[in-house]
Design a binder for this molecule. Structure first.
Ligand SMILES: [Zn+2]
Length: 83
């Protein structure tokens, strides 16, 4: 296992709306496995207009929350997919 980099993950994934396939974020995701939450500071490109809402089909795909004091989005299961 590689040690976590202090600068955070450098691998960028694209996050899409599961309903209409519109891209929502480019996100620097750490680790492997399903995307459960997004830290706002790791979103490199935000393509949404209304927070947590798909700009194309208006589906709400996440909820804003704090994770250990850090602003984040908790993704709603099945609303997004990652490539
Ligand atoms: Zn959509």
């Amino acid at each position: 296992m590689a040690k976590p980099n202090k600068k955070g993950p450098t691998k960028t994934v694209d996050i899409f709306c599961a309903k209409c396939k519109k891209q929502l974020f480019k996100y620097r995701k750490g680790g492997k496995g399903a995307l459960v939450k997004c830290f706002k500071e790791r979103i490199s490109v935000d393509l949404t207009e209304v927070v947590c809402t798909c700009p194309n089909c208006q589906a709400v795909f996440a909820r804003e929350m704090l994770i250990r004091g850090t602003p984040a989005f908790k993704m709603i299961g099945g609303k997004v997919f990652v490539k």
